[in-house]
Design a protein around this ligand. Structure first.
Ligand code: GLN
Length: 308
């Protein structure tokens, strides 16, 4: 379908109206105290097309805590810089378990199911740390360049809050280290992981930053980050694993590769067409934004845009 065929501003207004009854439902993440105090009634959505246009509705320019959405970008950087050997250390199968679960790790010998659960993301960050010497700064620089927003930064309060309450992530990292699947010292790795999760971005920033996935691996400046095949692979893993143990339901309702975070944001990709970002802090039991998933569902239903 031709990109010009869609009136994105009108579509976004319609979607926002349709999901308005849902904004405020669900609960903001409570296990990270700095996130628990966010007003759950906020809602924003943005679309970035491949001609450089960005359209938005509601709170689309309000920065929020990106959390696990950053796992997509670290995966892209680790694959771009280190290649396929990453897949010897992390799998590509849906986990069917919560994002911070420990249970599978023991009977699968410390190799996480996929890069989008916390265990898998810790392995990817460990790899990026080995490759670059400063994983979280590498990620932030990349996000600044791709979003065109030089003011993006870490949220020190959120990072500290995660560090203080990060026993489970620390346990996961130490457990994998005991199987030889972590190369860097665990405390340093956790620090980079928490900084990474704390990066604040708006829907506009995220939609822009994710465009390399819709452009089959090409960055904002036209240079190539990923091969076409690698971009396809990341989109595939987002579709099957990007929304944790709700990935099946997300694929059923939205029909796009997507990655959520417990800050209430979700990025979704329409390969060859556009990138979508949505944010509303109220989460469902699996840690995905209630109004966010509903908005993407509505958007793909109204437009027919889907990978299926
Ligand atoms: N920082 C969060 C954690 O590690 C990220 C989880 C998420 O967004 N699903 O627990």
């Amino acid at each position: 379908m031709d990109a010009a065929a869609f009136d994105y501003p009108a579509l976004l207004e319609r979607v926002a109206r349709d999901v308005a009854p849902l904004t405020g439902s669900g609960t903001p993440a409570e296990y990270i105290p700095a996130l628990a105090s966010v007003d759950p009634r906020q809602f924003g959505m943005a679309v970035a097309d491949l001609d450089g246009n960005v359209f938005g509705v509601g709170d689309w320019q309000v920065p929020f805590s990106t959390q696990s959405i950053t796992k997509v970008f670290t995966l892209a950087l680790a694959l771009a810089q280190g290649g396929d050997s990453l897949w010897e250390r992390v799998g590509r199968e849906p986990s069917g378990n919560p994002f911070n679960s420990l249970v599978q790790l023991e009977y699968e010998n410390g190799v996480p199911r996929n890069p989008f659960i916390n265990a898998g993301a810790l392995v990817v960050t460990d790899r990026l740390q080995t490759l670059t010497g400063d994983a979280s700064s590498e990620l932030l620089d990349f996000l600044r360049q791709e979003s065109g927003n030089p003011d993006l930064g870490f949220d020190a309060e959120v990072a500290a809050s995660e560090q203080e309450n990060g026993h489970r992530n620390a346990a996961v990292a130490h457990f994998m280290a005991s199987y030889g699947n972590i190369d860097n010292p665990v405390p340093a790795l956790l620090e980079h992981y928490f900084w990474q999760c704390s990066i604040e971005m708006s829907c506009a920033d995220l939609a822009r930053a994710g465009r390399f996935l819709a452009r089959h691996g090409l960055r904002a400046d036209g240079s190539r980050l990923l091969t076409r095949s690698e971009a396809k692979q990341i989109n595939a893993v987002m579709l099957t694993c990007g929304t944790y143990d709700a990935a099946g339901e997300f694929a059923y309702r939205v029909g796009l590769p997507g990655k959520s975070g417990v800050g209430g944001g979700i990025v979704a990709v329409v390969p060859g067409q556009c990138t979508l970002a949505v944010w509303s802090p109220g989460l469902d039991a699996q840690g995905n934004s209630v109004a966010g998933v509903a908005a993407l569902d509505r958007f793909t239903t109204l437009t027919g845009l889907s990978v299926f």
